[in-house]
Design a protein around this ligand. Structure first.
Ligand SMILES: [Zn+2]
Length: 581
């Protein structure tokens, strides 16, 4: 049987894909959106300029907590270190607070994480559950950052046609805050006044080099990613010059993530990138605010979508490298017709009964009610949920035993950490939370963890609920596979759903999940910033705190009356806790 390989040429590299999107514009009418130096006016009537305070958000794609903090502490990132001031311990700095234990949502993967960050709502509420996902009631597969498919159409639409914004079911930060906003590069820009992006013509040669020279770049050259991040800065500064400084400015650097996926020694090389590439760019933007005379009226926020875990770049560990040897073979042996790994299957390829969407360490499996489509050539009624006993359980069992015994698919042996499933609900109804399949039955996550403590899976119950329970919880599949991952495992024991790379993420491990969340302001007491962040984020802050933090900063006291004496906040340090309900 010949099936398409899930060719993931590029992975969580939102912006390299953007290059494709932009290049694709040459014959498209939307090219006019970008002729003005890479700026797109998103709102028909931009909001008028307003006085401070300003919020400048540095959005670092793929910058893990330890890697970023190592860069800041190294003495080789003077712009960021200067912005924070003296380290007073426990995350407190002279002019900043860096939450020591902030976590990502699940999956710890780019498009889902930025969607949660810039809406304040978790995936099951906001509707964007991954880099790719399936909307069963429409039989529509979305892949704004393709992992299991090769087509770039959705990536193109992510840039030119607000694909992610259109799929979000809740308002973005820019809509909620209602102030003049500008976004550089990030895929969540709905409701902002301006969106700036690298100039397409400048990027032609870079893109060509990336595709042609992938192996060369996988040896650790970083020029192409560096250039992408660097080129984005003049675009946003030009926009600022033309329209004034917006109250919210998002500065998104995708190069960090792209580079780390392909770097042979990912974690130290990421830290070096943050020092040598990212930090000077941060310095340049802070200089602009200084020149405008508003740096002391500006809150600076730093956040990331996820960290990175080194993996082996080979088809044994890349479970999406050759589909028929991997998860696809398991559902097929369980009696399901899998969907082809393409963005839009042909007219005669609509009879699928199982759909995969890959997120690195996590894979979603969507199942049809097979009674609606028993024979090849018939299209299933995807508006109906799968049947629990006849459709969901057989697949949960098949993956459980494939993992235990390596049958019927040898490649799957000992690759999975956990298999999640749940009793399905019809589309449009609130979904049930995922539970853990223990080989016999579904066990609630909290109950499973009481019997089998897993401190290595950070806040698993809470974050799986965010992903799976809600109006759009069925966009995370009917079965969820979590591969073995984490720095506490040997690298040869880590697996991921995609083509081969040097590094991946998506899991619930601390390395993938622990993110920086920093708020800083020039000449402002860090203790006061700590109070604000702690007051909103609580004892277990997450990406969902970004929107309320920014909104709170925007209505904070005006800078001239800012620096009243403050009592130091209570000392709190330590990494994200595993336990949370
Ligand atoms: Zn990312």
């Amino acid at each position: 049987m010949l099936r398409h390989k899930p060719v993931s040429i590029l992975v969580c590299r939102a912006l390299v894909l953007m290059l494709v999107a932009i290049l694709g514009l040459s014959s498209c009418s939307s090219v006019k959106l970008f002729v003005n130096g890479g700026e797109k006016q998103v709102k028909r009537e931009p909001r008028p300029p307003a006085p401070g305070p300003y919020v400048l958000i540095f959005a670092f794609d793929g910058a893990g907590y330890d890697q970023l903090m190592a860069a800041i502490a190294s003495g080789k990132a003077p712009a960021m270190a200067g912005m924070l001031g003296k380290d007073e311990g426990g995350g407190l700095y002279e002019h900043a607070y860096s939450a020591p234990n902030a976590v990502s949502i699940l999956p710890s993967t780019t498009v889902a994480a930025w969607s949660a960050i810039f809406t304040g709502a978790p995936p099951a509420q906001n509707g964007v559950t991954g880099n790719e996902w399936f909307v069963r009631e429409d039989m529509k597969f979305f892949a704004p950052v393709p992992v299991s498919v090769a087509e770039m159409d959705d990536n193109h639409a992510m840039i030119t046609d607000n694909l992610v914004g259109r799929q979000l079911k809740v308002p973005t930060l820019f809509q909620q805050a209602g102030v003049r906003s500008s976004v550089s590069m990030n895929m969540v820009y709905r409701g902002a006044d301006y969106f700036t992006i690298i100039d397409p013509t400048d990027m032609v040669s870079l893109f060509t080099e990336f595709v042609a020279g992938k192996d060369k770049h996988s040896s650790g050259k970083r020029d192409i990613y560096q250039q992408m991040d660097e080129d984005s800065v003049p675009k946003l500064l030009d926009s600022m010059k033309a329209h004034g400084v917006p109250n919210i400015q998002v500065v998104y650097f995708p190069g960090i993530d792209l580079y780390t996926h392909l770097a042979p020694d990912p974690l130290p090389m990421e830290t070096a990138y943050l020092e040598n590439v990212t930090d000077p760019l941060v310095g340049k933007i802070l200089d602009a605010y200084r020149t405008y005379g508003i740096l002391d009226q500006t809150y600076i926020v730093v956040i990331a979508d996820h960290g990175h875990t080194p993996v082996l770049k080979d088809p044994r560990h890349a479970l999406g490298a050759n589909s028929s040897d991997g998860p696809e073979g398991v559902v097929e042996a369980a009696g399901f017709r899998p969907r082809k790994f393409v963005l839009n299957p042909g007219k005669d390829e609509q009879d699928y009964q199982a759909v995969f969407a890959y997120q690195g360490a996590i894979a979603y499996v969507y199942l049809a009610d097979r009674s609606t489509c028993p024979n090849p050539g018939t299209t299933c009624d995807w508006k109906r949920p799968p049947r629990y006993k006849e459709d969901v359980l057989p697949v949960a069992r098949a993956f459980y035993w494939a993992n235990k015994r390596g049958r019927p698919v040898q490649l799957m042996k000992d690759t999975l950490d956990l298999v999640f499933a749940r009793v399905p609900t019809p589309p449009g109804q609130l979904t049930n939370e995922y539970e853990i399949f223990d080989g016999h039955r579904l066990v609630p996550i909290w109950e499973y963890l009481m019997l089998h403590p897993r401190p290595d899976l950070i806040q698993l119950n809470r974050r799986m609920r965010w992903l799976s329970a809600g109006p759009y919880g069925n966009r995370a599949g009917d079965i969820l596979l979590l591969s073995k991952s984490g720095l506490d495992k040997q690298i040869q024991e880590r697996y991921y759903f995609s083509a081969p790379y040097h590094s991946w993420h998506g899991s619930a491990s601390i390395q993938d999940s622990h993110i920086p969340l920093i708020v800083a302001r020039k000449d402002y007491p860090g203790a006061r910033l700590k109070e604000l962040v702690d007051g909103i984020g609580g004892s277990e802050p997450s990406q969902l705190a970004l929107v309320p933090i920014v909104r709170s900063l925007l209505v904070s006291e005006r800078p001239a009356v800012a620096a009243a004496p403050v009592k130091p906040g209570s000392d709190q340090s330590g990494k994200p806790a595993a336990k949370s309900q």
